[in-house]
Write a protein that binds this ligand. Structure first.
Ligand SMILES: *Cc1c(COP(=O)(O)O)cnc(C)c1O
Length: 359
């Protein structure tokens, strides 16, 4: 392989992070959210790695689970967005999937099907879910039609911010509308698991924390033990010395304030590195941080290695991973780790390892 831009995925780290989520809520069942190709980490590999520990799996939409059954995964797979057609219901039933029911329209479709369901209540995020006041009637209708409602669930809008009072409000709304329903409940995403113990219920649904990224907007100690699963790496393909006052890259954004050494890297925004990364965004080369210097190009990034002696063509550079938290690159670029992890493009080969061995 000529181009050494790779995403190395440590499945051992994902298993450790799963155990952390599971142990944080000892009385809850923990499902693994593997939507968006397991947040860019490879859905089939992640599902296999978690086969012995995850109580169930969740994807966003029908057909995202394709390949899991063929790979021998026989545990429950929840489709978080549910489906909006009778055909979709038939497909889900044939594949033994569980469907979230998120709207009155989906309730009508569920009534005519044998697919097990999770009933979602909109407690304030206003994205998906039936209204809290509709829950009792909905459950009665489903029961009458012998449709299995397994769990009542909701989703938190602001759990990533521990100061935000909206979460407390959502928990109260959910508590009061589900109090009498007698069904298992599910509320917590990663931020709920690590930051809101009151959101722990019979089922928890961690996503981002499994991949080793903090779900929180600011530093929270509970997230400190997560192990980054992805190392996004590239190599130095060119080096040059430039005089003080010269600029680097498109638009001449970065200007040398001293005689400088610039390394050009074999990755760019077409690989999923954010084009919005400003000058100063850290990378890691030869055991030291080196800052982005100049606008990120489609296929290349330029970094300032003036203070990194010994950098040579062919050296590996970590863009994010163990040394550079993806959340830091995301914050610099004005986004969140979720977007960067899911945005690593398909041309970047994923290599899966576990405890140091390449598979
Ligand atoms: C994506 C998602 C999750 C997982 O959220 P994280 O913040 O990644 O832990 C849980 N529940 C629902 C409904 C989701 O869409």
């Amino acid at each position: 392989m000529h181009r050494r831009t790779t995403a190395t995925i440590d499945l051992g780290a994902i298993r450790d992070n799963f155990a952390l989520a599971d142990n944080a809520a000892p009385t809850s069942n923990t499902m693994a959210v593997i939507k968006a190709n397991a947040y860019g980490h490879g859905m089939l590999e992640v599902a296999a790695a978690l086969d012995s520990c995850a109580a169930a799996l969740a994807v966003a939409a029908l057909n995202q689970e394709v390949g899991l059954r063929a790979a021998g995964v026989d545990k429950d797979i929840l489709v978080l967005e549910g489906v909006n057609s009778a055909d979709g219901y038939r497909e889900a039933e044939a594949d033994g999937l569980t469907l979230a029911v998120n709207s009155r329209e989906q309730v009508e479709l569920a009534l005519g099907s044998g697919t097990p369901t999770w009933i979602k209540v909109d407690t304030g995020m206003h994205r998906l879910g039936i209204q809290p006041g509709e829950l009792g009637d909905t459950l009665a209708r489903l029961r009458k039609a012998s449709v299995k409602a397994e769990v009542v669930c909701t989703h938190l809008a602001c759990a990533d911010d521990l100061e935000n009072a909206g979460t407390r409000q959502q928990l109260e709304t959910f508590q009061s509308c589900t109090d009498a329903c007698g069904l298992p409940r599910s509320i917590a995403n990663s931020a709920g698991i690590l930051g809101w113990p009151d959101s722990h219920a019979e089922w928890n649904r961690p996503g981002i924390m499994l991949y080793g990224a903090s779900p929180f907007l600011s530093n929270v100690a509970a997230a400190a033990d997560l192990r980054p699963a992805m190392t996004f790496e590239t190599e130095v393909i060119a080096l040059r010395e430039i005089p003080s006052g010269d600029s680097v890259g498109y638009g001449g954004r970065w200007v040398a304030r001293r005689p400088s050494r610039i390394a050009t890297l074999a990755a760019g925004y077409a690989d999923g590195y954010p084009r919005h990364a400003p000058d100063g965004t850290p990378t890691f080369v030869n055991g030291q941080v080196a800052p982005v210097a100049g606008t990120v190009s489609m296929d290349m990034i330029t970094i300032d290695v003036t203070d990194n002696p010994g950098v040579a063509v062919g050296d590996l550079v970590e863009l994010w991973g163990r040394n550079i938290p993806v959340a830091e690159v995301a914050a610099r670029a004005g986004t969140i780790s979720y977007e960067l992890l899911t945005g690593v493009s398909s041309r970047v080969p994923r290599r899966h390892t576990s405890s140091g061995s390449v598979s």
